[in-house]
Write a protein that binds this ligand. Structure first.
Ligand code: ADP
Length: 463
């Protein structure tokens, strides 16, 4: 059953239930009040007769006024022998309600007399002051008018109710259709996306974005956006990996071919093969680290790391790396401790330093510094290199991203993974990696890590 049908059915059923309950209550109340009105009339008439009758040796005498009652109250007075001794309706010679007459107790009842529906009050007549029962009277009033009123009300309630239910069903059906239209549109679009394999489509937002359906559409579109990005990243990743692997493999195959043709081993070719194989190994290792870090599964040590000592170590190694091409300086050096994996953190700093040294032209300088900022330790790597254009900055930490894609791969064999790895390792340490750059002036990378200890001061005292 469709949601539309279900909504309409529920809506209609609830309305029908309310109408039945309401109609039932109105009908019962009206019926009761009609009967009560007749009962009151019968009771008043009975009282009049009870007070006016007289009994002597000849029998029971009723004053003529007692029988001159309102036209629609009929009276029969029966003696204890079962003889009709007085009545205002001579055509009725049988008791109105024989059963109640036999019981001779005060009671209201309903009876049918020659097809006429009657309300009957049976009332024993007692002589005063002795209180002996001398007869029984039965007063009756026709229920035809009340029955007609009840029937008319029933027809009105049922007819009106039916029309209301049908109208409600129609309104419910159309309202549900209008409310569910965006959902159908969503289903349609989702199917189109599946069939056409086109994740770039979006569902148009026709109503307000804050409504339930609006929020669903916005959420669905956001999911599509994310999926599209994921697929695009996946596709680019595969293309990048294949591209990065193809170059070393071509070199290896070329050198193997060469040696086969020469019929002997060649030292130069073997060197090339070794270097390319190492490049591939590095790439695969980097990819493994990246995949593990991204999924939060990178095995990380949880040791106390003296960040200032680590910074000094990286500084020494960087100086060796820079040779005399660029100057490497040590800037501010506070004391700071963090909890984490020393080797991985060193990898982060070395990646940043080797990038800075690599991209800074000869004669430039690179400065490494460590500062305490509140509860955080900040390691900065600042260079006087070419800088990174603003529009490239948001992508710099993406896998395989290189600012100048046509740039020849360097000695280090950077495949555009270094910054991604640095970013993810920092994140795995609950830290963050930031970059600020100005084209033509230089770049500063800042690694923010939460400090573990309280100690934050000038490290020069210790070294
Ligand atoms: P790569 O292996 O190519 O160095 P990275 O992920 O380490 O890959 O860096 C991505 C890109 O960011 C580099 O290709 C380079 O264009 C740019 N980049 C990184 N560091 C710097 C820097 N200090 N100065 C200028 N550009 C940089």
């Amino acid at each position: 059953m469709t949601l539309r049908t279900r909504l309409t059915l529920w809506y209609t059923a609830v309305l029908a239930l309310v109408l039945v309950a309401f109609g039932g209550a109105v009908y019962t109340l009206l019926s009761l009040s009609l009967v009560r009105q007749i009962d009151t009339t019968l009771n008043i008439a009975a009282d009049e007769i009870r007070l006016a009758f007289r009994r002597d040796v000849e029998g029971i005498h009723l004053p003529p006024m007692a029988l001159d009652l309102t036209a629609n109250v009929y009276v029969q007075v029966w003696d204890t022998e079962g003889n009709l001794i007085a009545t205002n309706i001579s055509v009725a010679q049988e008791p109105f309600d024989p059963d109640r007459l036999a019981e001779a107790e005060t009671a209201y009842s309903e009876a049918s007399y020659e097809g006429i529906h009657l309300r009957v009050l049976t009332y024993p007549l007692a002589s005063q002051p002795e209180g002996t029962v001398v007869g029984t009277m039965q007063l009756a009033s026709s229920l035809t008018t009340a029955d007609d009123a009840q029937r008319a009300l029933l027809v009105l309630l049922m007819g009106g109710g039916l029309i209301a239910v049908v109208l409600a069903a129609l309104v419910g059906w159309t309202t549900a259709a209008a409310a569910l239209h965006p959902l159908e549109q969503m289903t349609e679009t989702a199917l189109q996306i599946t069939h056409a394999d086109d994740l770039s489509r979006r569902i148009p937002l026709s109503g307000p974005a804050e409504g339930e359906v609006g929020r669903l559409i916005v959420a669905f579109n956001e999911t599509l956006e994310r999926l599209e990005n994921l697929f695009e990243t996946q596709r680019r990743f595969l293309a990048d990996v294949s591209h990065e692997l193809r170059t070393p493999l071509t070199t290896i195959l070329g050198n193997l071919d060469l040696m086969r043709k020469m019929g002997q081993l060649d030292a130069e070719s073997l060197d090339a093969i070794t270097s390319e194989t190492q490049r591939m190994k590095r790439l695969v290792q980097d990819l493994l680290v990246l995949t593990q870090a991204e999924s939060g599964n990178l095995p990380l040590g949880k040791e106390e790391v003296e960040l200032d000592t680590l910074v000094l170590e990286v500084f020494q190694q960087s100086k060796v790396l820079a040779k005399d091409r660029v100057e490497v300086h040590l800037g501010q050096e506070d004391q700071a401790r963090v909890t984490g994996d020393r080797d991985r953190l060193k990898q982060v700093l070395l990646n940043l330093m080797s990038n800075a040294i690599e991209y800074t032209p000869a004669g430039g300088s690179v400065t490494l510094g460590l500062a305490c900022v509140g509860d955080w330790a900040r390691v900065t790597v600042t260079d006087t290199g070419p800088g990174i254009p603003q529009d490239e900055l948001p992508h710099i930490f993406e896998r395989f991203y290189r600012v100048d894609r046509s740039r020849k791969r360097t000695e280090r064999g950077g495949a555009g993974l270094g910054l991604s790895i640095a970013y993810w390792i920092t994140r795995s340490h609950d830290g963050r990696l930031e970059v600020a750059s100005e084209v033509g002036k230089g770049t500063t990378f800042s690694v923010w890590l939460p400090q573990s200890g309280e100690g934050c001061g000038d490290a020069s005292a210790r070294h």
